[in-house]
Design a protein around this ligand. Structure first.
Ligand code: HEC
Length: 111
């Protein structure tokens, strides 16, 4: 009797934990997306090693990007095609990530 009851309690507890665990995982999965879409993080991962300092100053090989004369569309196309020593990002970044980066570069204050 005692063993059967504790077995049931264990089952009930497991079911309870499982029912809580599922929504928690679902929430984490949803939160991961916008973080990857943060243009500063994208820039830090893909661009900073050449453009340095979030595009505010010239980096190792890459020119300063703040105050760039190109408009968002031209920056987008530059990143799709590549330019000079800079590779194309067509195959390494998603179009929406390139779009975010182009917008981010245009938003940099020109100091
Ligand atoms: C391998 C080094 C390197 C990396 C990585 C790199 N760049 Fe460049 N970038 C350059 C160089 C060099 C130029 C200048 C090319 C030229 O005009 O000859 C340039 C030019 C540019 C231009 C055009 C500037 C202008 O006025 O025409 C933009 C915009 C730009 N980079 C943005 C980015 C972004 C955004 C990333 C990250 C996705 C990135 N770059 C990653 C080296 C790099």
């Amino acid at each position: 009797m005692f063993h059967r009851l504790s077995g049931l309690k264990f089952l009930a507890a497991t079911a309870l934990v499982a029912s809580f665990a599922v929504p928690v995982f679902a929430e984490e999965a949803q939160e991961a997306e916008p973080q990857q879409q943060d243009p500063k993080k994208l820039f830090a991962n893909s661009c900073s090693w050449c453009h340095g300092n979030f595009g505010m100053k010239a980096g190792k090989g890459g020119p300063k990007l703040a105050g760039i004369a190109k408009d968002e569309e031209a920056i987008y196309n530059t990143l799709i095609k590549g330019q000079g020593a800079m590779p194309s990002f067509k195959n390494t970044l998603k179009p929406e990530e390139i779009r975010l980066l182009a917008r981010y570069i245009k938003s940099l204050p020109n100091e």
